[in-house]
Design a protein around this ligand. Sequence first.
Ligand SMILES: Nc1ncnc2c1ncn2[C@@H]1O[C@H](COP(=O)(O)OP(=O)(O)O)[C@@H](O)[C@H]1O
Ligand SMILES: [Mg+2]
Length: 234
Amino acid sequence: MMLAVRGLDAGYGKLAILHDVSLDVAAGEIVTVVGSNGAGKTTLLRALNGIIRPTAGTVTLDGIDIAGRATEKMAALGLMHVPENRLCFPSLSVRDNLNLGAWSRGGKGDLAAVLELFPRLEPRLGQAAGTLSGGEQQMVAIGRGLMASPKAIILDEPSIGLAPKVVAEIMRVLTELRSRGLAVLLVEQNVRASFGIADRAVVMQRGRVVLEGTPAELVELPEVRNAYLGGAAA
Ligand SMILES: Nc1ncnc2c1ncn2[C@@H]1O[C@H](COP(=O)(O)OP(=O)(O)O)[C@@H](O)[C@H]1O
Ligand SMILES: [Mg+2]
């Protein structure tokens, strides 16, 4: 497994949020994590990325234990976190935003490869990132992560607030990353979109993994349809 999480506990101070979370993502695989608001999805990504320190469990990336390592070391170790709300530096140009992602690799990133994935960014390289549309800013946030040539990428609700066409574009890029051999862990509220591309899915409730399977298996379950797909049949 490229990314393997075993028995992870984490929280905020004395407040325990994650309980015994285990999941795997292989190279060339997309695993999606779904769950209602407050289930602990964002906390999981923060614990993987070292923003908060796990209190129990292990996280291995390509065989190396990374649990509890400092956040600023994670990119160099090969783990890239694309946080929620597509954080760009609004007054910096698109080019500078992207180049910041290469910092962990001594400033050398493959800008051409990122522009190939996101051709819309090329004519906008000199533009302040804050002037881009929401979808384009999400592309910058993902592109910046890719500049560090990660082995695994973990994304927190990249589709939030975006038009369906732009969501489809983001999902297409994630499938492209899968075909390049990355391990992709995708936290999504938009279950329809994430189930459309994921190889496997994990459902979280109150800080625990309560269900897992392929999207095709999970959409057969009435509790999944009712909670995350508006009750509609697949
Ligand atoms: N910085 C924080 N300090 C204390 N509690 C937090 C903090 N961030 C999130 N929480 C709590 O952790 C729980 C899980 O939140 P979160 O991981 O954001 O869920 P999700 O991303 O699934 O909506 C919630 O009960 C939330 O209130
Ligand atoms: Mg969240």
